[in-house]
Design a protein around this ligand. Structure first.
Ligand SMILES: *[C@@H]1O[C@H](CO)[C@@H](O)[C@H](O)[C@H]1NC(C)=O
Ligand SMILES: *[C@@H]1O[C@H](CO)[C@@H](O)[C@H](O)[C@H]1NC(C)=O
Ligand SMILES: *[C@@H]1O[C@H](CO)[C@@H](O)[C@H](O)[C@H]1NC(C)=O
Ligand SMILES: *[C@@H]1O[C@H](CO)[C@@H](O)[C@H](O)[C@H]1NC(C)=O
Ligand SMILES: *[C@@H]1O[C@H](CO)[C@@H](O)[C@H](O)[C@H]1NC(C)=O
Length: 321
Protein backbone atom coordinates (compact mmCIF):
# COMPACT_ATOMS: atom_id res chain seq x y z
CA UNK A 1 0.00 0.00 0.00
CA UNK A 2 2.87 2.36 0.76
CA UNK A 3 4.50 1.42 -2.51
CA UNK A 4 2.70 4.06 -4.55
CA UNK A 5 3.61 6.67 -1.96
CA UNK A 6 7.34 6.27 -2.42
CA UNK A 7 7.03 5.43 -6.08
CA UNK A 8 5.67 8.87 -6.89
CA UNK A 9 7.51 11.29 -4.69
CA UNK A 10 7.02 13.86 -7.43
CA UNK A 11 3.28 13.69 -7.73
CA UNK A 12 1.64 15.56 -10.58
CA UNK A 13 0.63 19.08 -9.66
CA UNK A 14 -2.36 18.89 -11.97
CA UNK A 15 -5.31 16.56 -12.09
CA UNK A 16 -6.23 15.61 -15.64
CA UNK A 17 -9.06 13.47 -17.00
CA UNK A 18 -7.80 10.30 -18.60
CA UNK A 19 -9.74 7.61 -20.46
CA UNK A 20 -7.96 4.24 -20.60
CA UNK A 21 -8.37 1.12 -22.68
CA UNK A 22 -6.28 -1.75 -24.07
CA UNK A 23 -6.74 -4.94 -26.06
CA UNK A 24 -5.75 -7.49 -23.39
CA UNK A 25 -8.87 -6.88 -21.36
CA UNK A 26 -9.93 -4.89 -18.31
CA UNK A 27 -8.54 -7.55 -15.97
CA UNK A 28 -5.00 -7.55 -17.39
CA UNK A 29 -2.17 -6.75 -14.99
CA UNK A 30 -0.50 -3.97 -16.98
CA UNK A 31 -3.60 -1.81 -17.36
CA UNK A 32 -4.58 -2.26 -13.70
CA UNK A 33 -1.09 -1.17 -12.60
CA UNK A 34 -1.28 1.98 -14.72
CA UNK A 35 -4.84 2.73 -13.60
CA UNK A 36 -3.73 2.48 -9.96
CA UNK A 37 -0.71 4.71 -10.49
CA UNK A 38 -2.40 7.40 -12.60
CA UNK A 39 -4.94 7.74 -9.80
CA UNK A 40 -2.23 7.79 -7.15
CA UNK A 41 -0.63 10.54 -9.21
CA UNK A 42 -3.76 12.64 -8.79
CA UNK A 43 -5.54 12.12 -12.10
CA UNK A 44 -9.19 11.25 -12.68
CA UNK A 45 -9.26 8.01 -14.61
CA UNK A 46 -12.00 6.05 -16.32
CA UNK A 47 -11.19 2.67 -17.84
CA UNK A 48 -13.35 1.03 -20.49
CA UNK A 49 -11.67 -2.09 -21.81
CA UNK A 50 -12.69 -5.35 -23.48
CA UNK A 51 -14.08 -8.18 -21.38
CA UNK A 52 -12.14 -10.65 -23.56
CA UNK A 53 -8.70 -10.83 -25.08
CA UNK A 54 -8.86 -8.67 -28.23
CA UNK A 55 -5.23 -8.61 -29.31
CA UNK A 56 -4.80 -8.34 -33.05
CA UNK A 57 -8.26 -6.93 -33.70
CA UNK A 58 -6.72 -3.72 -35.00
CA UNK A 59 -9.17 -0.87 -35.44
CA UNK A 60 -12.19 -3.14 -35.95
CA UNK A 61 -15.34 -1.60 -34.52
CA UNK A 62 -17.33 -4.45 -33.05
CA UNK A 63 -20.24 -4.07 -30.63
CA UNK A 64 -22.13 -6.73 -28.65
CA UNK A 65 -25.39 -7.76 -30.27
CA UNK A 66 -26.82 -9.23 -27.07
CA UNK A 67 -27.26 -7.71 -23.61
CA UNK A 68 -25.54 -10.69 -22.00
CA UNK A 69 -22.21 -12.40 -22.54
CA UNK A 70 -22.55 -15.52 -24.67
CA UNK A 71 -19.17 -16.85 -23.53
CA UNK A 72 -16.89 -16.38 -20.52
CA UNK A 73 -14.67 -13.32 -20.50
CA UNK A 74 -10.90 -13.32 -20.06
CA UNK A 75 -9.70 -15.29 -17.00
CA UNK A 76 -13.33 -16.22 -16.30
CA UNK A 77 -13.52 -12.92 -14.41
CA UNK A 78 -16.88 -12.28 -16.07
CA UNK A 79 -18.84 -15.32 -17.21
CA UNK A 80 -21.43 -16.35 -19.75
CA UNK A 81 -24.76 -14.80 -18.78
CA UNK A 82 -23.25 -11.70 -17.14
CA UNK A 83 -24.24 -8.35 -18.68
CA UNK A 84 -22.37 -7.48 -21.88
CA UNK A 85 -21.02 -4.39 -20.12
CA UNK A 86 -20.71 -3.19 -16.57
CA UNK A 87 -18.41 -1.81 -13.91
CA UNK A 88 -16.44 -3.21 -11.01
CA UNK A 89 -18.73 -3.50 -7.96
CA UNK A 90 -16.17 -1.62 -5.86
CA UNK A 91 -15.08 0.91 -8.49
CA UNK A 92 -17.47 2.57 -10.89
CA UNK A 93 -14.57 4.01 -12.88
CA UNK A 94 -13.53 0.57 -14.16
CA UNK A 95 -15.76 -0.70 -16.96
CA UNK A 96 -15.70 -3.73 -19.20
CA UNK A 97 -17.46 -3.90 -22.56
CA UNK A 98 -17.94 -6.83 -24.89
CA UNK A 99 -16.45 -5.00 -27.83
CA UNK A 100 -13.18 -4.35 -29.56
CA UNK A 101 -10.63 -1.84 -28.26
CA UNK A 102 -11.85 0.75 -30.80
CA UNK A 103 -15.49 0.36 -29.74
CA UNK A 104 -14.54 0.34 -26.02
CA UNK A 105 -13.14 3.86 -26.40
CA UNK A 106 -16.35 4.90 -28.15
CA UNK A 107 -18.51 3.22 -25.51
CA UNK A 108 -16.60 5.26 -22.93
CA UNK A 109 -16.99 8.51 -24.82
CA UNK A 110 -20.55 8.11 -26.05
CA UNK A 111 -22.21 6.10 -23.27
CA UNK A 112 -20.30 5.76 -19.98
CA UNK A 113 -19.07 9.34 -19.67
CA UNK A 114 -22.26 11.18 -20.75
CA UNK A 115 -24.44 8.88 -18.63
CA UNK A 116 -22.37 8.53 -15.46
CA UNK A 117 -19.61 11.17 -15.51
CA UNK A 118 -21.20 14.19 -17.16
CA UNK A 119 -18.51 16.49 -15.77
CA UNK A 120 -15.63 14.52 -17.26
CA UNK A 121 -13.93 16.12 -20.27
CA UNK A 122 -11.28 13.77 -21.62
CA UNK A 123 -7.80 15.36 -21.77
CA UNK A 124 -6.02 12.26 -22.98
CA UNK A 125 -6.74 8.68 -23.98
CA UNK A 126 -4.13 6.16 -22.83
CA UNK A 127 -4.24 2.62 -24.21
CA UNK A 128 -2.14 -0.08 -22.57
CA UNK A 129 0.43 -0.93 -21.52
CA UNK A 130 -0.11 -3.73 -23.99
CA UNK A 131 1.17 -7.22 -23.19
CA UNK A 132 3.83 -7.34 -25.88
CA UNK A 133 5.54 -4.82 -28.14
CA UNK A 134 3.82 -3.17 -31.11
CA UNK A 135 6.61 -2.16 -33.42
CA UNK A 136 6.57 -0.71 -36.91
CA UNK A 137 3.88 -0.38 -39.58
CA UNK A 138 3.49 -4.18 -39.69
CA UNK A 139 1.79 -4.13 -36.29
CA UNK A 140 0.48 -0.56 -36.35
CA UNK A 141 -2.72 -1.48 -38.17
CA UNK A 142 -3.13 -4.92 -36.56
CA UNK A 143 -2.70 -4.05 -32.91
CA UNK A 144 -5.94 -3.58 -31.00
CA UNK A 145 -4.17 -1.27 -28.57
CA UNK A 146 -3.02 0.95 -31.44
CA UNK A 147 -6.47 0.53 -33.07
CA UNK A 148 -8.05 2.03 -29.95
CA UNK A 149 -5.51 4.82 -30.17
CA UNK A 150 -6.01 5.90 -33.78
CA UNK A 151 -9.76 5.65 -33.22
CA UNK A 152 -9.38 8.03 -30.27
CA UNK A 153 -7.44 10.39 -32.51
CA UNK A 154 -10.28 10.14 -35.08
CA UNK A 155 -12.55 11.45 -32.30
CA UNK A 156 -10.31 14.51 -32.06
CA UNK A 157 -8.66 13.40 -28.83
CA UNK A 158 -4.95 13.26 -27.99
CA UNK A 159 -4.07 9.58 -27.52
CA UNK A 160 -1.14 7.34 -26.67
CA UNK A 161 -0.64 3.64 -27.35
CA UNK A 162 1.76 2.08 -24.86
CA UNK A 163 3.14 -1.42 -25.38
CA UNK A 164 5.49 -3.35 -23.15
CA UNK A 165 7.81 -6.31 -23.48
CA UNK A 166 6.20 -8.38 -20.70
CA UNK A 167 3.96 -10.37 -23.01
CA UNK A 168 2.46 -12.92 -20.62
CA UNK A 169 -1.31 -12.60 -20.62
CA UNK A 170 -1.75 -12.24 -16.88
CA UNK A 171 -4.72 -11.67 -14.59
CA UNK A 172 -4.20 -8.76 -12.24
CA UNK A 173 -5.43 -10.79 -9.27
CA UNK A 174 -2.56 -13.25 -9.93
CA UNK A 175 0.14 -10.79 -10.81
CA UNK A 176 -0.40 -7.27 -9.52
CA UNK A 177 1.62 -6.49 -6.40
CA UNK A 178 3.77 -3.73 -4.94
CA UNK A 179 7.11 -5.28 -5.92
CA UNK A 180 9.20 -2.51 -7.54
CA UNK A 181 10.92 -5.12 -9.76
CA UNK A 182 7.57 -6.34 -11.19
CA UNK A 183 7.65 -5.34 -14.88
CA UNK A 184 4.00 -4.19 -14.70
CA UNK A 185 4.97 -1.67 -12.01
CA UNK A 186 7.96 -0.37 -13.97
CA UNK A 187 5.93 -0.14 -17.19
CA UNK A 188 3.42 1.89 -15.25
CA UNK A 189 6.10 4.18 -13.78
CA UNK A 190 7.53 4.82 -17.26
CA UNK A 191 4.04 5.56 -18.61
CA UNK A 192 3.16 7.98 -15.81
CA UNK A 193 6.45 9.81 -16.33
CA UNK A 194 5.76 10.30 -20.05
CA UNK A 195 2.12 11.30 -19.48
CA UNK A 196 3.01 13.85 -16.81
CA UNK A 197 5.74 15.27 -19.02
CA UNK A 198 3.14 15.89 -21.72
CA UNK A 199 0.75 17.54 -19.27
CA UNK A 200 3.56 19.67 -17.87
CA UNK A 201 4.37 20.86 -21.41
CA UNK A 202 0.70 21.54 -22.13
CA UNK A 203 0.58 24.55 -19.82
CA UNK A 204 -2.40 26.68 -20.78
CA UNK A 205 -2.89 25.07 -24.17
CA UNK A 206 -6.28 23.45 -24.62
CA UNK A 207 -4.76 20.27 -26.08
CA UNK A 208 -1.88 18.11 -24.96
CA UNK A 209 -1.07 16.97 -28.55
CA UNK A 210 -1.97 18.56 -31.89
CA UNK A 211 -5.25 17.55 -33.58
CA UNK A 212 -4.88 14.34 -35.59
CA UNK A 213 -1.71 13.27 -33.78
CA UNK A 214 -0.93 10.42 -31.40
CA UNK A 215 2.03 8.60 -29.88
CA UNK A 216 3.18 5.01 -30.14
CA UNK A 217 5.34 4.00 -27.18
CA UNK A 218 7.23 0.73 -26.68
CA UNK A 219 8.88 -0.24 -23.39
CA UNK A 220 11.77 -2.77 -23.30
CA UNK A 221 12.21 -5.71 -20.93
CA UNK A 222 12.40 -4.21 -17.45
CA UNK A 223 12.84 -5.19 -13.83
CA UNK A 224 12.85 -8.90 -13.09
CA UNK A 225 12.68 -9.66 -16.83
CA UNK A 226 15.73 -7.56 -17.78
CA UNK A 227 19.32 -8.83 -17.78
CA UNK A 228 20.41 -9.05 -14.14
CA UNK A 229 17.37 -6.93 -13.27
CA UNK A 230 19.40 -3.97 -14.51
CA UNK A 231 16.73 -2.11 -16.45
CA UNK A 232 14.60 -0.31 -13.87
CA UNK A 233 14.33 3.14 -15.41
CA UNK A 234 14.62 2.91 -19.20
CA UNK A 235 15.68 6.05 -20.99
CA UNK A 236 13.32 7.60 -23.55
CA UNK A 237 14.42 7.60 -27.19
CA UNK A 238 12.61 9.63 -29.83
CA UNK A 239 11.96 7.23 -32.70
CA UNK A 240 10.04 6.72 -35.93
CA UNK A 241 7.55 3.98 -36.82
CA UNK A 242 9.20 2.77 -40.01
CA UNK A 243 12.80 1.63 -40.31
CA UNK A 244 15.25 -1.10 -39.46
CA UNK A 245 13.89 -4.34 -37.98
CA UNK A 246 10.25 -3.57 -38.81
CA UNK A 247 8.60 -6.80 -39.82
CA UNK A 248 5.46 -8.13 -41.44
CA UNK A 249 3.63 -11.42 -40.84
CA UNK A 250 3.92 -14.03 -43.58
CA UNK A 251 2.67 -17.56 -44.06
CA UNK A 252 4.78 -20.70 -43.88
CA UNK A 253 3.62 -24.07 -45.18
CA UNK A 254 4.94 -27.28 -43.64
CA UNK A 255 5.09 -30.06 -46.25
CA UNK A 256 5.23 -32.76 -43.56
CA UNK A 257 2.24 -31.71 -41.52
CA UNK A 258 0.33 -29.95 -44.28
CA UNK A 259 -0.24 -27.07 -41.86
CA UNK A 260 0.35 -23.40 -42.30
CA UNK A 261 2.05 -21.16 -39.76
CA UNK A 262 3.16 -17.56 -39.30
CA UNK A 263 6.61 -16.12 -39.67
CA UNK A 264 7.85 -12.54 -39.30
CA UNK A 265 9.87 -11.13 -42.15
CA UNK A 266 11.79 -7.87 -42.57
CA UNK A 267 10.70 -6.03 -45.69
CA UNK A 268 12.25 -3.09 -47.46
CA UNK A 269 8.82 -1.43 -47.73
CA UNK A 270 8.69 -1.14 -43.94
CA UNK A 271 11.99 0.74 -43.93
CA UNK A 272 10.86 3.35 -46.43
CA UNK A 273 10.88 6.86 -45.05
CA UNK A 274 8.63 9.49 -46.65
CA UNK A 275 7.51 11.56 -43.67
CA UNK A 276 9.28 13.05 -40.69
CA UNK A 277 12.94 12.83 -39.74
CA UNK A 278 14.46 9.88 -41.62
CA UNK A 279 17.55 9.94 -39.43
CA UNK A 280 15.60 8.89 -36.34
CA UNK A 281 16.08 5.28 -35.23
CA UNK A 282 13.13 2.95 -35.80
CA UNK A 283 11.06 2.01 -32.77
CA UNK A 284 11.76 -1.66 -33.60
CA UNK A 285 15.52 -1.16 -33.36
CA UNK A 286 15.27 0.95 -30.21
CA UNK A 287 13.13 -1.36 -28.15
CA UNK A 288 14.69 -4.61 -29.32
CA UNK A 289 18.36 -3.77 -29.74
CA UNK A 290 19.22 -0.73 -27.70
CA UNK A 291 19.87 -1.21 -24.02
CA UNK A 292 17.04 -0.37 -21.68
CA UNK A 293 15.35 2.16 -23.98
CA UNK A 294 11.72 3.16 -24.47
CA UNK A 295 10.85 4.19 -28.04
CA UNK A 296 8.46 7.11 -28.50
CA UNK A 297 7.12 7.63 -32.06
CA UNK A 298 4.72 10.29 -33.28
CA UNK A 299 2.02 9.39 -35.77
CA UNK A 300 -0.58 11.38 -37.65
CA UNK A 301 -3.88 10.17 -39.07
CA UNK A 302 -3.46 12.11 -42.30
CA UNK A 303 -2.77 8.94 -44.25
CA UNK A 304 -2.58 10.76 -47.58
CA UNK A 305 0.65 10.38 -49.47
CA UNK A 306 3.17 13.23 -49.59
CA UNK A 307 2.80 15.83 -52.31
CA UNK A 308 5.63 14.31 -54.37
CA UNK A 309 4.10 10.83 -54.22
CA UNK A 310 0.62 12.13 -54.92
CA UNK A 311 1.87 13.97 -58.00
CA UNK A 312 3.76 10.93 -59.20
CA UNK A 313 0.71 8.68 -59.00
CA UNK A 314 -1.64 11.36 -60.29
CA UNK A 315 0.69 11.57 -63.30
CA UNK A 316 0.32 7.84 -63.91
CA UNK A 317 -3.44 8.29 -64.03
CA UNK A 318 -3.48 11.66 -65.76
CA UNK A 319 -5.71 10.37 -68.55
CA UNK A 320 -8.40 9.75 -65.96
CA UNK A 321 -8.44 13.12 -64.24
C1 LIG B 1 -17.99 19.97 -12.39
O1 LIG B 1 -16.67 20.40 -12.17
C2 LIG B 1 -16.58 21.72 -11.70
C3 LIG B 1 -15.12 22.10 -11.69
O2 LIG B 1 -14.34 21.11 -11.09
C4 LIG B 1 -17.22 21.80 -10.33
O3 LIG B 1 -17.15 23.13 -9.86
C5 LIG B 1 -18.68 21.37 -10.46
O4 LIG B 1 -19.25 21.32 -9.18
C6 LIG B 1 -18.78 20.01 -11.09
N1 LIG B 1 -20.16 19.71 -11.33
C7 LIG B 1 -20.68 18.50 -11.07
C8 LIG B 1 -22.12 18.33 -11.42
O5 LIG B 1 -20.02 17.60 -10.58
C1 LIG C 1 1.14 -15.68 -16.83
O1 LIG C 1 -0.20 -15.31 -16.51
C2 LIG C 1 -0.97 -16.33 -15.88
C3 LIG C 1 -2.40 -15.81 -15.77
O2 LIG C 1 -2.49 -14.72 -14.92
C4 LIG C 1 -0.34 -16.67 -14.55
O3 LIG C 1 -1.07 -17.69 -13.94
C5 LIG C 1 1.11 -17.11 -14.78
O4 LIG C 1 1.73 -17.28 -13.53
C6 LIG C 1 1.88 -16.07 -15.57
N1 LIG C 1 3.20 -16.58 -15.91
C7 LIG C 1 4.29 -15.86 -15.79
C8 LIG C 1 5.55 -16.53 -16.24
O5 LIG C 1 4.31 -14.75 -15.35
C1 LIG D 1 25.03 -10.16 -15.24
O1 LIG D 1 25.60 -10.66 -14.07
C2 LIG D 1 26.64 -11.60 -14.32
C3 LIG D 1 27.07 -12.19 -12.98
O2 LIG D 1 27.30 -11.17 -12.06
C4 LIG D 1 27.80 -10.90 -15.05
O3 LIG D 1 28.80 -11.81 -15.35
C5 LIG D 1 27.25 -10.32 -16.36
O4 LIG D 1 28.26 -9.56 -17.01
C6 LIG D 1 26.08 -9.41 -16.09
N1 LIG D 1 25.52 -9.00 -17.36
C7 LIG D 1 25.25 -7.74 -17.66
C8 LIG D 1 24.74 -7.47 -19.03
O5 LIG D 1 25.41 -6.83 -16.87
C1 LIG E 1 7.26 -29.46 -40.02
O1 LIG E 1 6.60 -30.10 -38.95
C2 LIG E 1 7.34 -31.18 -38.40
C3 LIG E 1 6.43 -31.93 -37.41
O2 LIG E 1 5.96 -31.01 -36.41
C4 LIG E 1 8.60 -30.64 -37.79
O3 LIG E 1 9.35 -31.67 -37.21
C5 LIG E 1 9.42 -29.91 -38.85
O4 LIG E 1 10.53 -29.29 -38.26
C6 LIG E 1 8.58 -28.87 -39.54
N1 LIG E 1 9.33 -28.35 -40.68
C7 LIG E 1 9.61 -27.06 -40.81
C8 LIG E 1 10.36 -26.68 -42.05
O5 LIG E 1 9.30 -26.25 -39.98
C1 LIG F 1 24.48 -2.17 -24.74
O1 LIG F 1 25.25 -2.57 -23.65
C2 LIG F 1 26.36 -3.39 -24.01
C3 LIG F 1 27.01 -3.90 -22.73
O2 LIG F 1 27.12 -2.89 -21.78
C4 LIG F 1 27.29 -2.56 -24.89
O3 LIG F 1 28.40 -3.35 -25.29
C5 LIG F 1 26.54 -2.07 -26.12
O4 LIG F 1 27.35 -1.21 -26.88
C6 LIG F 1 25.29 -1.33 -25.71
N1 LIG F 1 24.50 -1.04 -26.90
C7 LIG F 1 23.98 0.15 -27.15
C8 LIG F 1 23.22 0.30 -28.44
O5 LIG F 1 24.06 1.10 -26.38
Amino acid sequence: MHFTTFFFLLSAVFAKNILMSNDDGFAATNIRALYRDLKADGHNVIMVAPVSQRSGWGGKFDVPYTKDLLTDGEFGYRVKGDPAWGYEPDDMNIWYFNGTPASCVSFGLEYVIPKYFSNFTVDLVVNGPNEGLNLGPGTYTGSGTIGATYNSVYHGLPAIAISASNSNNSFYKDSLDDDPTNPANINSKVSVKLIDELFKAQGDNSRVLPLGVGLNVNIPLVGSQSVNGSCTSPKFVFSRITGLDSDVSKITYNETTGLVGTTYVYEEALRTCYNGDCSLPSEAAVSQEWNCSTAVSVFQIDYDATLVLQSQVQGLLHELF
